[in-house]
Design a binder for this molecule. Sequence first.
Ligand SMILES: [Zn+2]
Length: 66
Amino acid sequence: MDAPHASPSCLVCARTSDEVPLLTFAYRGREHCICPQHLPMLIHSPARLAHVLPGADGLSAADHHD
Ligand SMILES: [Zn+2]
């Protein structure tokens, strides 16, 4: 059910590469995009992305200052 012209967008803020630089990463066989502003969230608090990145709550954070 993906829209045919869905352009890649940050999985947190949904901004596209028209607005921000987007980084693409693969997770569980799927490709996702994230902007630099939200990349630290993926690194340090992946569980907070579980609602948009199923399984992320099982990832361990890069550090534990939370
Ligand atoms: Zn973002």
